[in-house]
Design a protein around this ligand. Structure first.
Ligand code: HEC
Ligand code: HEC
Length: 426
């Protein structure tokens, strides 16, 4: 009798393992369409970074050196204690490991990685900036972040022989900041202009704004060097293309299968950076005790009225090229951006290439780890505001594990020379 039971138990176990093996089966061989889709996700299909017509020094190494130095220099803050690298730490894939960022005050959102961000037409979770250089200006004056001021920064550059030399080599002579009558210490342009700033000559204020924009351009030149590296997934895609033996686990393959088929993650996370660069509502809850974030819809006004946007006077090519890019063409993204209701509670689809070390996830750090992100997609709850575009997946736990294994196979050390990953020497 007990023997029979044992045999039955073994049989059931064998059957269960067979079923599990079946649902976890790797999808080899892939269909033609699947193979094409997989190739479209591979890093080697990423085109070289295009030029930025609003940033003439975008590809200048001198500008990157200047930007790199500023990125790590805490003098560019109200307290002399905050730099970009405070919240974008190279060791954490340029994030800070916090739910929401903290410097002088607490920021409202989670710090995203900036690896590969130079490819994005929009910056920030809500895309309220339309260029990398214009984005870089915002934290410098944000009272919760660097809390400094553009005139303070211009004075720092002017007074520091190294900074000034590089600056003037790249952008031409600085205004005569030694004249404290014209450029008074303590004049502030943002968040609200103070009386000292308003009393300055219009031309001097414009000159300071131009210096500020140029500092952003140098920082952008540095950030353009922070590019994603070749991951295990890319190796697999290459192996499929070239027909050699892939070094990719069953679980990863199964995860890839779910990602492109049943779970349809590629609806939004597509292309070699795994983002369509568009805005979607995926029903994230707000942080406890906080109002739901309006996301993209709340960013439209500030984007359109931003003096440093693509159509603003500081975006013109300062080198006065013979053939300047016409603003209609140069700023097409901004001119033709969507402003409709679907943008309520919508956020920019983030890249999925650098998820290791960038937890917590979500625009307000709502998810402690990848498991909880995937659980969220599995349930797809109603959105607090707007409408959740994602549908419940109803996947089994082992399928979620496969998805996680796939996501982690997108991780690779960034493709960046070591000198740019550390603070400047000396
Ligand atoms: C106090 C922490 C903090 C500091 C300091 C800080 N950032 Fe950020 N950064 C953030 C947070 C938080 C976000 C996301 C905010 C949002 O989307 O509303 C962000 C977003 C960004 C983005 C957008 C990335 C993307 O893909 O959308 C870039 C680029 C960036 N920061 C660069 C910089 C630079 C350059 C500096 C220095 C001039 C800087 N940051 C200073 C916290 C910080
Ligand atoms: C409808 C578009 C859409 C679909 C479909 C979608 N995502 Fe997303 N994904 C987003 C957006 C938008 C965010 C940012 C949401 C936020 O923070 O409010 C995001 C965030 C994420 C994050 C967090 C990244 C980070 O750095 O914080 C991960 C991981 C992720 N998605 C994985 C997936 C996976 C896996 C699937 C398929 C099961 C999927 N996504 C399907 C649009 C989508």
């Amino acid at each position: 009798m007990t023997r029979l039971r044992l045999a039955a138990a073994i049989l059931i176990l064998a059957l269960v393992s067979l079923v599990i093996a079946y649902v976890q089966r790797p999808p080899d061989p892939w269909t033609e369409d699947e193979l094409n889709l997989i190739q479209s996700l591979a890093l080697y299909t990423l085109p070289p970074l295009g030029g930025d017509p609003t940033n003439p020094v975008a590809d200048s190494t001198q500008a990157a050196i200047l930007g790199h130095t500023i990125f790590f220099d805490t003098r560019f803050s109200a307290t002399a204690g905050v730099a970009c690298s405070t919240c974008h730490q190279p060791a954490l894939n340029f994030t800070d490991g916090r739910v929401v960022s903290l410097a002088i005050g607490q920021a409202k959102r989670n710090a995203p990685s900036i690896i590969g961000t130079a490819y994005s037409p929009w910056l920030y979770w809500d895309g309220r900036k339309d260029s990398l250089w214009s984005q870089a200006l915002a934290p410098l004056e944000d009272p919760d972040e660097h809390g400094g001021d553009r005139l303070q920064f211009a004075h720092i550059v002017y007074a520091d022989p190294d900074y000034r030399k590089t600056y003037e080599m790249l952008f031409g002579p600085m205004p005569n900041l030694a004249n404290r009558q014209r450029f008074p210490i303590g004049a502030r342009a943002a968040p609200q202009p103070n009386s000292l700033w308003l009393a300055m000559d219009e031309a001097d204020r414009v000159a300071v704004n131009a210096v500020f924009a140029n500092l952003g351009r140098a920082i952008a030149a540095y950030e353009r060097l922070l590019l994603p590296g070749f991951s295990r997934f890319d190796q697999y895609a290459l192996a499929l293309r070239e027909g050699y033996d892939p070094n990719y686990t069953r679980l990863e393959k199964r995860g890839l299968d779910l990602f492109i088929n049943q779970a349809n993650c590629t609806q939004c996370h597509n292309g070699p950076l795994f983002t369509n660069n568009a805005f979607h509502n995926t029903g994230l809850l707000s942080r406890p005790g906080h109002l739901p974030d309006t996301g993209r819809i709340g960013a439209i006004d500030s984007l359109q009225s931003d003096p440093f946007n693509c159509l603003g006077q500081y975006a013109a090519d300062t080198r006065q090229q013979a053939d300047p890019v016409n603003p209609q063409q140069r700023c097409a993204e901004l001119i033709f951006m969507g402003t409709g209701k679907t943008l309520v509670g919508a956020f920019r689809t983030p890249s999925l290439r650098n998820l290791a070390k960038t937890q917590p996830y979500g625009h307000a750090g709502q998810f402690e780890n990848l498991k909880s992100v995937l659980q969220h997609y599995n349930n797809a709850p109603d959105a607090m505001i707007g409408h959740n575009e994602a549908k419940p997946l109803n996947l089994w736990p082992w399928e979620l594990n496969a998805l996680e294994a796939f996501l982690l196979s997108l991780q690779a050390p960034p493709e960046v020379a070591p000198r740019w990953m550390n603070p400047p020497a000396g």
